[in-house]
Design a protein around this ligand. Structure first.
Ligand SMILES: CC(C)(COP(=O)(O)OP(=O)(O)OC[C@H]1O[C@@H](n2cnc3c(N)ncnc32)[C@H](O)[C@@H]1OP(=O)(O)O)[C@@H](O)C(=O)NCCC(=O)NCCS
Length: 130
């Protein structure tokens, strides 16, 4: 990997409390919301590594381990696991602190996102410059 890569951080990319508006018809949190949050958390990490314009090219190995409930405090951690010339792959882990069990921190979902850095013309551009 590039020697320009910043070391991993313990700081979460995102923290938020889930709301009733985020549920599916069965009352648990809609998986599409979690995918959107994973995309955003990965973007936060990509921008931490190298500022610029990114497009999402791929979601990989997303696994929903546990349901997410209304009122859960979600914490998303993002870590860069690969940097190519124009692409960057980021692993995101989503943990939930249950509303009625404040001592819990359950890993509910994890996945990888690949971004491509693009220039003004929308064509791939080097992550760290040539
Ligand atoms: C992402 C995009 C710019 C890539 O353009 P392209 O001409 O296919 O680019 P290239 O073939 O030169 O590949 C560029 C990089 O992307 C990587 N890549 C391309 N397709 C990929 C895929 N499906 N999965 C993972 N990486 C991929 C390549 O490996 C390459 O990485 P590297 O430079 O680090 O080696 C283009 O496909 C695009 O604009 N897609 C739409 C993105 C978008 O709008 N996302 C939001 C959807 S709402």
């Amino acid at each position: 990997m590039s020697d320009k890569l910043k070391p991993p951080t313990d700081e979460p990319a995102i923290r938020l409390v889930t709301m009733p508006r985020d549920t599916n018809a069965d009352g648990t949190i809609f998986g599409g919301l979690i995918l959107s949050l994973i995309d955003q958390a990965a973007y936060v990490e990509a921008m931490r590594q190298s500022h610029g314009r990114y497009v999402t090219v791929s979601f990989q190995q997303v696994e929903f381990h546990q349901p997410v409930y209304v009122g859960d405090l979600l914490t998303l951690y993002a870590e860069t696991i690969r940097v190519g010339r124009t692409s960057i792959t980021i692993r995101v882990k989503v943990c939930a602190r249950r509303r009625r069990q404040p001592d819990t921190n359950v890993k509910v979902t994890e996945g990888e996102v690949v971004f491509v850095k693009v220039g003004e013309n929308g064509n791939p551009a080097p992550i760290f410059g040539d």
